[in-house]
Design a binder for this molecule. Structure first.
Ligand code: 5GP
Ligand code: MN
Length: 325
């Protein structure tokens, strides 16, 4: 059962100290959502800590206020309220972040993943929203909360990155009206898009070259997949965020319905990113077979290796999920 914005507003009003968290391997929606809500609460005079298990990725360091994102302290924080944003299941907050938030008395869970079971005391899960950032925009404007420039820019980037620059089918009229309002409030569109999309480290393009050398098709041309080994990761000196969004290149291939990115993690686990272009192929559903989750058209898994075995299993499951024609 979803809590109303009013109920969540009362939690904000009745408490003074908050820890705001998002998922491991944070993307633009995760960090952007933390900053958006965090700076609004700070502007209300609240005490706020912004904790992420993996800290701030370099590619989001341009966001104003992002220096406030911290890795978890070793001792639990003395805070009243823990807020999880954009995080489908509680363990995806990370063990260190969960420990840091362990003294909180009230848990608030705001997310747009349809697989979110509602692990908070107060939950607001809107799987119709393209990004958690858009839910926060609605929450903050509905409650007439402060809207400083850190909040404004972070919401823009959160929604832009989770919609593939306002392109995916989850993008609605409401999304564009929100974007228009953010521009009216002062977002510098050219500058912020350039910082988000035209500012990649050279090693990311080297990674693209390495990935292209592993590109293959399956399912009669309807499945495209590529892989990143630990050897590639270390030899190019990569960071976790360097592969963010590259899957869109193979998702864009004509005739491809499902794109897959396989990443060998240290310790032998495998991370899978899955994208579907056809609503009849539910990527979240396929990923849940392997303990993963996400959205209908964008989902992921962390599973046991070795890489070749994980690939064979996931590709077979995707082929089974393809429509007959
Ligand atoms: P990405 O491929 O960009 O890492 O993730 C796509 C979507 O799937 C995101 O919304 C992300 O939260 C979700 N997702 C990715 N990996 C996992 C996973 O291991 N477990 C679950 N439950 N969701 C995941
Ligand atoms: Mn998201």
């Amino acid at each position: 059962m979803n809590s109303s914005f009013q109920e969540i507003g009362e939690i904000f009003a009745r408490h003074e100290s908050f820890v705001i968290m998002s998922h491991i391997r944070p993307d633009g929606d995760a960090i952007g959502s933390q900053l958006a809500l965090g700076f609004s609460l700070l502007a209300m005079g609240k005490k706020v800590r912004l904790i992420n298990e993996d800290g701030l990725p370099d590619n989001l360091a341009f966001l104003p206020g992002s220096e406030r994102i911290e890795t978890p302290p070793s001792e639990p924080l003395e805070v009243e309220v823990a807020i999880a944003l954009d995080t489908a299941v509680k363990p995806r907050l990370g063990a260190g972040a969960l420990h840091a938030a362990s003294r909180a008395k009230v848990w608030v869970n705001i997310d747009h993943h349809k697989s979110n079971p509602g692990y908070g005391d107060f939950n607001h899960i809107d799987s119709g929203s393209p990004a958690t950032g858009q839910i926060l925009y609605k929450l903050l404007t509905a409650l007439d909360m402060p809207f400083p420039e850190e909040t404004r820019d972070s919401i823009y980037v959160a929604v832009s990155t989770d919609t593939g620059s306002f392109q995916y089918p989850s993008t609605t009229e409401e999304t564009y009206l929100m974007a228009a309002d953010l521009i009216r409030r002062g977002v510098d569109v050219g500058r912020i898009n350039s910082l988000t999309y035209d500012n990649h480290p050279f090693r990311r393009v080297e990674l693209m070259r390495a990935l292209l050398n592993t590109l293959e098709l399956a399912g009669g041309g309807r499945v495209a997949h590529w892989e990143m080994t630990q050897a590639t990761y270390t030899s190019l000196g990569l960071k976790p965020e360097d592969s963010e969004g590259l899957i869109d290149i193979i998702r864009a291939i004509e005739g491809v319905t499902v794109a897959l990115f396989f990443e060998e993690l240290p310790g032998g686990k495998v991370r899978v990113s899955m994208r579907s272009k056809d609503p009849r192929v539910d990527a979240c559903h396929v990923c849940m077979e392997f303990g993963g989750g996400g959205h209908a058209l964008a989902a992921g898994i962390r599973m046991d290796g070795p890489l070749a075995e994980a690939k064979a299993k996931v590709i077979a499951a995707v082929e089974r999920a393809l429509p007959l024609s």
